[in-house]
Ligand binder design. Structure first.
Ligand SMILES: C[S@@+](CC[C@H](N)C(=O)[O-])C[C@H]1O[C@@H](n2cnc3c(N)ncnc32)[C@H](O)[C@@H]1O
Length: 107
């Protein structure tokens, strides 16, 4: 399973449910949240997967089209200028049979 998620906390929560082996690209525009420490990398390895922290913006995801089985975010769409642009980006990088899932408080 390959997944793109925003960001470290959400990815950490999902990791045990992704099935092994898996890889997660965890993206955030804030470098404080796109630079995990060795402890987090170890946690993902223990779950049978791999974490890659990525600095970037939800409105212009730095990934190729059709890259991931799952593209997900949690409490992010309320922060972006135009959530429609971010949702279109999520769709773009999800594989044709992949999933997009956004969890958010009411916008
Ligand atoms: C309330 S936190 C949610 C944390 C995250 N979902 C997690 O579980 O780790 C919102 C996060 O969205 C990030 N964010 C806000 N606007 C963004 C954007 N346009 N692109 C990427 N990340 C963004 C913020 O830097 C912040 O870390």
């Amino acid at each position: 399973m390959s997944a793109a998620a925003n960001a470290i906390h959400w990815s950490r929560l999902l990791a045990p449910f992704l099935g092994s082996p898996f890889s997660v690209h965890a993206l955030d525009r804030d470098t404080a949240w796109s630079r995990p420490d060795a402890r987090l990398y170890r946690y993902f390895e223990q779950q049978g997967g791999r974490l890659q922290a990525v600095h970037g913006h939800a409105e212009a995801l730095p990934f190729a089209d059709d890259s991931f089985d799952l593209v997900t975010c949690q409490t992010v769409l309320i922060h972006v200028r135009d959530p429609h642009v971010a949702i279109r980006e999520m769709q773009r990088v999800a594989r044709p049979a992949g999933w997009c899932c956004a969890s958010s408080p009411t916008i």
